[in-house]
Design a protein around this ligand. Structure first.
Ligand code: FMN
Ligand code: SF4
Length: 584
């Protein structure tokens, strides 16, 4: 963990390991054993490290993908609510390929992927990494024709690739866009201490989910001695239902880089990174252009303090949004969360003091330094100052982006987006909070209903058990596998929910689900495991009839044992062990 070696950048080209692997994947449609060996040589890394990085990430493959590689988003919002599954099947039938397989002539592969951050735009997919949204059966038929004829993507209808940014409610952050150079100039004029003081006084708390005080984080980082200090922007936005950072990276990137430069100025960093989720790779070129502009206008590479930013594109792993896993991935390793403490703020990138903040946090920090802490605190509540940007989707008339002052009632948000009637709301993604109708008077706030940025709405027609199964499948898929409670527990939760849905659940299954949920919550190594069972436990508590109405009393514990054995076989690949248990 403590290394100051930047061997994850190519010594000759300064390319990041992940970018080199992406390039090979694009050219050869997979990463062969020979390529792994070659990359290991180029980067002077152990072959095993490169091989595990490839194996770890969903977007890197050791078996060839199709020349057209399609990934349907299976997020609850677009995959379940808006029929993404049927569209996938339709495309598979039209092109005669099975989901998850590559057609024998190498033309096409079709698969699912976790949420791609387009939940406000209907069913969506990635084709060779580029998003296409607003899918329907007509578009799918046209798409199939283009693929069958091998029409290059450049000749597909241009508007298919448009990603619309629909902002329905703006508050200060999305209305005012102060000039970056002026903000930096102000910070340089008042100095490091006063800049930090403004941030501390503002009460700003991180917008990525955990809500840690941003000024405090910058202060601790700056006070921790190190060979170097680093600034990292977490642009991994992988929580299903969340797409607000997509907007910010598209339309407010200069403010983001300003916030990062301010942080660098305060903590004394010369190098920053934006860790961009692979699903947003389509934004890479425009972000690079903005960076270039910032270098020209003196925001970066300023004569008074030298700071620059590198963008690193991830490779499809939700866990890399967890800050220590993100740093591991930045360091060219599989994104397995570190043991904390120590926290990244003292032992982060290359073991050095590192600030990791969310995209929105950096942008908000830039605003605060420009307008002052008093102006910022005028909005929000005493303990949750300012505003929050939310991604709203699901059963509502106006899905999109909304900026609300903290303290706003959930009911207000439901009214604004045209959601009526509403059975339940999932706020903060599958790892967040499930609210029933009696809770809609609660407010958006760190000490009430907290959210990293999403609000997913379910009308009365929705089967919440299907929603839970979707969430459970997400966690089982995204668990990094490092610790047993999460790796096995998330799979068992998925299986138990499937059993209930298939009419094979008993009262015993419910009890097991509860026990399992608590075990995963309390015994897991990192935040993914700690939150993976929230939705089930809340669902069992707030919507018990969703589960109880599917139970069959005649099923006994024997059935649950069968289920567990099936999972054990799947996880361990040890039929003999399971067979032995079977005989007991
Ligand atoms: C499984 C998991 C996924 C996460 N994903 C993100 C993410 O996509 N974006 C983000 O900013 N924070 C994410 N976080 C929180 C980060 O670990 C970290 O707290 C955050 O980036 C700090 O920034 P902030 O203080 O500005 O909120 C995630 C945490 C966990 C446990
Ligand atoms: S809790 Fe899950 S995601 Fe976190 S380390 Fe354990 S297996 Fe990995």
């Amino acid at each position: 963990m403590m290394t100051s070696c930047r061997d994850h950048f190519s010594p000759s080209t300064q390319e990041h390991l992940l970018h080199r692997l992406h390039a090979i994947q694009r050219e050869y449609l997979h990463i062969s054993r020979e390529s792994i060996q070659q990359v290991a040589r180029e980067f002077d890394l152990p072959i095993a490290q490169v091989a595990t990085v490839v194996a770890f990430h969903s977007f890197l493959h050791t078996q060839p993908r199709g020349r057209f590689d399609i990934l349907f988003s299976n997020c609850t919002s677009c995959g379940y609510l808006f029929d993404g599954q049927n569209l996938l099947q339709m495309l598979c039938r039209a092109l005669q390929v099975s989901p998850g397989k590559t057609r024998s002539d190498g033309l096409i592969s079709i698969d699912e992927t976790s949420c791609i951050g387009m939940c406000d735009q209907g069913p969506s997919l990635l084709v060779n990494g580029i998003p296409i949204t607003h899918l329907d059966s007509i578009k799918i038929a046209q798409l199939a024709r283009h693929i069958a004829l091998e029409t290059p993507l450049a000749d597909w209808p241009k508007d298919w690739f448009d990603v619309h940014q629909t902002i329905h409610r703006r508050d200060r952050l999305l209305t005012e866009s102060p000039t970056s150079v002026n903000i930096l100039h102000k910070a340089l004029t008042i100095g490091r201490d006063s800049t930090l003081a403004i941030l501390l006084q503002s009460g700003l708390r991180g917008r990525g989910g955990a809500g840690f005080a941003t000024g405090k984080k910058w202060q601790v980082c700056r006070e921790t001695p190190g060979e170097a200090h680093y600034v990292v922007c977490n642009a991994d936005e992988g929580e299903p239902g969340t797409f607000k950072d997509r907007l910010l990276l598209t339309a407010y990137a200069e403010n983001l880089f300003t916030g990062m430069a301010l942080c660098a100025f305060v903590i004394g960093a010369t190098q920053g990174f934006v860790y961009l989720r692979a699903e947003y790779r389509y934004l890479f070129e425009s972000l690079q252009k903005t960076l270039q502009r910032c270098r020209h206008n003196g925001l970066l590479g300023h004569t008074n303090f030298d700071f620059d930013i590198t963008i690193v594109v991830g490779a499809g792993a939700y866990i890399c949004g967890e800050e220590s896993a993100l740093i591991e991935s930045l360091e060219g390793k599989p994104g397995i969360p570190r043991i904390r403490p120590p926290f990244p703020v003292t032992h982060g990138y290359l073991g050095q003091p590192t600030v990791v903040n969310n995209v929105e946090t950096f942008i908000t920090a830039a605003h605060i330094v420009h307008y002052g802490s008093e102006a910022f605190k005028a909005t929000g509540t005493a303990t949750s100052t300012g505003t929050k940007i939310l991604s709203i989707s699901g059963d509502c008339t106006f899905p999109g982006i909304y900026e609300y002052p903290f303290g706003t009632r959930i009911q207000q948000m439901l009214n604004d987006c045209g959601a009526h009637p509403v059975q339940a709301v999932q706020i903060g993604g599958p790892a967040g909070t499930l609210l029933d109708a009696s809770e809609f008077e609660r407010t958006l706030a760190f000490d009430d209903v907290s959210s990293g940025g999403s609000l997913l709405i379910f009308g009365p027609q929705r089967d919440l058990l299907t929603v839970h199964r979707n969430f459970a499948r997400f966690f089982a898929h995204e668990s990094c596998g490092f610790c047993t409670p999460c790796r096995v527990g998330t799979q068992l939760i998925q299986k138990e929910l499937d059993a209930i849905a298939d009419g094979h659940g008993s009262a015993h299954t419910i009890k097991e689900l509860q026990q399992l949920g608590h075990l995963v919550q309390h015994q897991s190594h990192c935040g993914l495991g700690h939150t993976a069972a929230n939705h089930v436990l809340e669902g069992l508590h707030k919507f018990p009839q969703v589960f109880s109405s599917r139970l069959r009393p005649q099923f006994t514990a024997r059935f649950d044992l069968d289920q567990a054995l099936a999972v054990a076989r799947q996880i361990t690949h040890r039929d003999d062990t399971a067979a032995h248990l079977d005989n007991d």
